[in-house]
Design a protein around this ligand. Structure first.
Ligand code: PEP
Length: 257
């Protein structure tokens, strides 16, 4: 009988525009590495600002590096942009696409879909962020979520699907008090919903390969409930990923779940 291997969970740290110096970034990175080196069943990915990617790549193993964004064209006169192949060259295995902070600056799902198309061709794995801005009582947020997911994945070929990790991040819970994060039960409802939307587009067998993460004020005090009851495969972590102690605690919780 074929051996069934459990897929690895994933914890992603999104550093956003932090910290302010390379020296600090190396300190945080080494602090995460120290504990993470002992955890075998979780993949840990850090997404620093572009300028820290190459220097951190030199002290990488066993962590992985990702970028926080990518441009949708592969080459040419696009001032200020960074291409998918440049990210691979710098040492990135992943890229976050469609983070709510970029969507708030005007990034549409159409742009997101173009970025995904460019990145998958370079063999980058994608952390695709989706999430509603607000919750209403009539359930419109589910329709919003479904459309955002479908529009972001428009034109994405089935063969690339396993390279896409879906990060569900309710925008209204990002950067909030850790005590107010979503309960595991509530995350589970959304996780099932996302799996259904993916199954409707790509079929159940294909879409079952996708990892689903939760993000939004994750911290050691709420991580256990969400990972144990939320039917998610890990977390996308903002503020706590800049705190090695808290981030390592989250990794440990995920590893033991
Ligand atoms: C985020 O911005 O993706 C995020 C999850 O941030 P925080 O964990 O700080 O809420």
């Amino acid at each position: 009988m074929a051996k069934v291997t459990k897929r690895k969970k994933l914890v992603v740290g999104n550093w956003k525009m932090n910290p302010q110096t390379l020296e600090e970034s190396q300190k945080i990175f080494k602090g995460i590495k120290k504990v993470f080196g002992k955890v075998k069943n979780v993949e840990v990915l850090v997404c620093p600002p572009y300028t820290y990617i190459q220097p951190l790549n030199k002290i990488l193993e066993p962590l992985k590096l990702g970028a926080q964004d990518v441009f949708f064209e592969s080459v040419g006169s696009f001032t200020g942009e960074v291409s998918a192949s440049m990210l691979v060259d710098a040492g990135c295995a992943y890229v976050i696409i469609g983070h709510s902070e970029r969507r708030a600056m005007g990034e549409t799902s159409e742009i997101v879909s173009k970025k995904i198309a460019t990145a998958v061709k370079e063999n980058l794995k994608i952390i695709l962020c989706v999430g509603e801005n607000v919750r209403d009582t009539s359930g419109d947020y589910l329709e919003f979520l479904k459309n955002q997911l479908k529009d972001s994945l428009v034109g994405m070929q089935k063969r690339y699907l396993s390279n896409i990790v879906i990060a569900y991040e309710p925008v209204w819970l990002i950067g909030k008090s850790y005590g107010n994060a979503m309960s595991g039960q509530d995350v589970q409802e959304i996780s099932i919903f996302i799996k259904k939307v993916l199954a409707d587009i790509y079929g159940k067998d294909e879409s079952s390969k996708n990892l689903i993460l939760y993000g939004g004020s994750v911290a050691p005090i709420n991580a256990k409930d969400i990972i144990e009851h939320g039917q998610v495969d890990g977390f996308l972590v903002g503020r706590q990923s800049l705190e090695p102690t808290g981030f390592n605690e989250i990794i440990k919780i995920v590893s033991e779940a």
